[in-house]
Design a protein around this ligand. Structure first.
Ligand code: ZN
Length: 490
């Protein structure tokens, strides 16, 4: 059976602080653990440490007993009960490690003989809120300085891999070739949409084995990374850093600029061709069989009394399909008048879903989720601070000749890698929190619901603009006996 030393001390700094800090509460907490685990224990009660009496006789007595091998575990509420400052913490951990004494707290059991655990345990106690802000700035500055030294941060663009030793990017030739091909084809007149299809047709797949998406192709054509330019914007420091020759270039500048000019040209041409919509569904309807865009045509009919009226109809699908691309898809034409009521009915269903989403946002679950993210963010900030401090500790260890330089270098590299990974995780959590901006989201959903309510009385152009803002495409199947409509929302 383990013989356990219970140590309690009330520090002056904590006077008047949380209830938890009173000696009585500390004792209750640790005795509860000791009894639950049936420990054979002895209590070392230091009382209140004061500046008149900086010595801690009980601690020294306990350590003497430890040296005699009497205890193999110290039980306390928090590791910071055991020391006054970081130097003391360091020495204590070394000593406890030597005698194989574990430290048990409410948070868990620390093994001081395990180096990393020792360092982590050491720093648990050394953070305060002010440090968080400093850490944020330090992180942002660190990121910018890493970018300046041409070390890559964040996602590696398609066409490159990161050298794990230098953190710099190098070109993957097979991928680079596809990027160059995309520029060549786009400049020769192929649209981004066709390019996506082209790569899919010739069997090119992404790293996850999926066909490229439109956004991938757009990225191929517009990402300045391919001419070696990396841009980093820091909201914390309000600074944008642009580094040229940050990577080896996949494209020459002239080719890249030519593509950009072509993109501008194509988009203005598109605008020139832009006509006011004739129906609420303009540019929204796609073939449910082959996913091709369906045109809306104006038709005129003359009734028996000779009056001519105009109606609009979604044209049949004229796309070539099949292995040999030798037959028409043949999805049949249907009038807008028939489809529009179905779309309005679908939107009312969608509105109901939005209502539910809104209710969920007002529920406690949603807030709890945000709190969880905020906690995670704080935890990562603490971790980063801890890692920074760890660097200091291993430095100390070298100075005190506890570890050799070679081991220091190894540890330092490990810590730096950990810092980088943690920073990325931190960025991602921050982004998730930003996306959690409930008020904006709620306002947006409320606006969408209100617009759906009055949609049918709005002018066609407004209806069309609104539908295009919430709907990606309406898939229409009208072939043989199959009649189906599906709305894909953003
Ligand atoms: Zn079709």
């Amino acid at each position: 059976m383990a013989k356990v030393a219970i140590y309690v001390r009330k520090s002056r700094a904590n006077e008047g602080m949380a209830e938890k800090e009173t000696l009585e509460n500390q004792l209750n907490t640790v005795l509860h653990i000791a009894k639950k685990k049936k420990y054979d224990y002895e209590i070392f009660n230091e009382g209140v440490a004061s500046s008149q009496n900086p010595e801690r006789p009980q601690l020294n007595r306990m350590l003497k007993e430890i040296e005699k091998g009497k205890y193999n575990r110290i039980l306390c509420t928090n590791t910071d009960r055991l020391w006054k400052d970081s130097d003391e913490a360091f020495l204590l951990y070394m000593k406890l490690g030597k005698y194989n004494v574990l430290i048990e707290t409410e948070d868990g059991i620390f093994d001081p003989s395990d180096k990393m655990q020792k360092l982590m345990g050491y720093f648990k106690a050394h953070m305060d809120e002010e440090e968080y802000q400093k850490t944020r700035f330090r992180m942002a500055a660190g990121r910018i300085s890493r970018v300046r030294s041409k070390k890559h941060m964040g996602n590696v663009p398609y066409g490159y891999r990161k050298d794990k030793n230098t953190d710099q990017l190098y070109i993957v030739e097979e991928e680079a070739e596809l990027i160059r091909k995309a520029h060549e084809l786009y400049q020769s007149g192929m649209s981004m949409y066709r390019l996506t299809q082209y790569f899919s047709d010739i069997g090119i797949r992404s790293g996850e084995g999926k066909a490229f998406r439109d956004s991938t192709i757009r990225n191929f054509l517009t990402n300045k990374a391919y001419i070696g330019i990396y841009t980093l914007h820091s909201t914390v420091l309000k600074e944008t850093v642009t580094i040229r020759d940050s990577y080896p270039s996949i494209l020459d500048v002239a080719t890249f600029e030519k593509t950009q000019a072509k993109i501008v040209d194509n988009t203005t041409k598109d605008r020139r061709n832009h006509m006011p919509p004739k129906t609420p569904l303009d540019k929204l309807v796609y073939c449910g069989q082959c996913d091709g865009a369906l045109q809306i045509h104006e038709r005129k009919v003359t009734n028996k009394s000779g009056e001519t009226s105009t109606y609009y109809s979604i044209g049949n699908c004229r796309r070539l399909v099949g292995e040999e691309k030798d037959k028409r898809c043949g999805n049949s034409s249907v009038s807008i008048k028939k489809i529009l009521p179905l779309v309005y009915a679908e939107l009312r269903k969608h509105r109901y879903g939005l209502q539910k989403a809104l209710e969920k946002m007002e529920s406690n679950d949603y807030k709890a989720e945000l709190d969880k993210l905020e906690d995670k963010k704080k935890e990562l900030q603490k971790k980063l601070q801890g890692l920074e401090d760890q660097k200091g500790v291993i430095m100390e260890m070298v100075k005190k000749q506890i570890i050799p330089i070679s081991e220091y270098e190894q540890e330092r590299k490990k810590i730096e890698k950990n810092v980088e990974e943690t920073e990325l995780e931190y960025d991602s959590v921050s982004l998730q929190i930003e996306n959690f901006n409930i008020e904006d989201k709620k306002a947006n959903i409320e606006y969408t619901m209100e617009t759906i309510d009055c949609l049918q009385i709005l002018p066609f152009k407004e209806q069309n603009d609104f539908l295009k803002s919430i709907i990606d495409r309406i898939l229409l199947t009208n072939k043989d006996d199959e009649k189906e409509m599906e709305i894909i929302y953003y």
